[in-house]
Write a protein that binds this ligand. Structure first.
Ligand code: NCD
Length: 315
């Protein structure tokens, strides 16, 4: 860990705060880990003796385990805390829990929580670096970085790409972070969904309410999960009607470029937002590749943030 990085913070909370060179810094550093992760023995020492907490107060499979795999492959000690076995259930406030964990001198806290802006609040009261692994409908920067890395590996360059992001944009932190990152990298973005699931104040994108118009000439079709846990009003019709209008199947994919690829951050609602067969078709779907890239990106994030904390201090 001798070099310095263009990105200088010990926190990674909002894609909004990253500029193009910051994003490139994360993507470039991820490259060596793509190769590393193909080795038979995957163990590095650069984070040996470092302590990382996974603090997940919302369900997760991919994000939580890929941070765990990333930390362990770099030699760090990782502690998983889930709400089910934390003192939050005894009435402790989240910020008290964070202060308690901070007193154990961790290097990085990885936080997923339903409250928007909570990672930022936490970063102000702890000495550790903080990674936002999803705060409500707000942001999920490492997901957008891994999506960008997946696209980079497939297309090499972003500036000529047209990318469609489809479905429940309103409740999607993945969409919000991806719009920031992919537009800064120079791609053009189409947003597609029913009016009720598209935020009124959305910027940096072209908005479409039907798949045929929105998918025209697209290189990538990124589908989103209907966020049932965040939908409190009657935003969506039943699953069958939704699939007919906005679910991606081979027929709708044909509106995009012939060579277009499909992405989805997971977990998928099969046959609600994406046709089950298409999701599993590795000639068209990059979904498994996204998971693979997720580990590499998170290894790079941990390396960079811990370096920054050592170099620039923890305040
Ligand atoms: C996403 C999330 O939790 O924001 N999943 C993920 O991190 N891979 C998307 C989702 O839950 O729909």
């Amino acid at each position: 860990m001798k070099k310095k990085y263009h990105y200088k913070s010990k926190n990674l909370i909002e894609s909004k705060l990253l500029n193009k060179r910051d994003i490139e810094c994360f993507l470039n550093e991820s490259e060596k880990y793509i190769k590393f992760n193909k080795k038979r023995v995957k163990k590095e020492k650069i984070l040996k003796g470092r302590t990382i907490f996974n603090l997940f107060f919302e369900d997760s499979t991919r994000t939580r385990t890929s941070f765990e795999v990333a930390a362990k492959r770099l030699g760090a000690d990782l502690i998983n805390v889930s709400v089910k076995d934390s003192s939050i259930n005894k009435g402790e406030t989240l910020l008290d829990t964070m202060t308690t964990i901070n007193s154990m001198s961790p290097d990085i806290l990885i936080v997923r929580h339903p409250e928007e802006g909570i990672s930022k609040k936490i970063s102000k009261i702890v000495n550790a670096g903080v990674i936002n692994a999803g705060d409500g409908s707000h942001e999920h920067p490492t997901q957008a970085l891994l999506d960008a890395l997946t696209i980079k590996k497939k297309f090499g360059n972003f500036s000529k790409l047209k990318i469609a992001i489809c479905g429940d944009i309103l409740h999607s932190r993945v969409a919000r972070s991806n719009i920031e990152i992919l537009s800064k990298l120079g791609s053009s973005i189409n947003i597609i969904g029913p009016k009720s699931l598209i935020p009124k104040d959305i910027k940096k994108v072209n908005v479409f309410y039907n798949m045929e118009d929105g998918l025209k000439d697209c290189d990538i079709v990124m589908m989103l999960r209907i966020q049932k846990e965040r939908i409190f009003k009657n935003h969506v019709p039943n699953a069958k009607i939704y699939f007919e209008k906005y679910g991606l199947d081979y027929k709708k994919l044909a509106y995009a470029k012939k060579s277009a690829f499909v992405m989805h951050p997971g977990p998928m609602n099969r046959d609600v937002e994406i046709d089950s067969k298409l999701a599993d078709d590795i000639t068209r779907s990059l979904i498994q590749e996204q998971v693979t890239m997720g580990v590499a990106v998170r290894m790079a994030c941990l390396e960079i943030l811990i370096y920054n904390r050592d170099k620039f201090g923890d305040n």
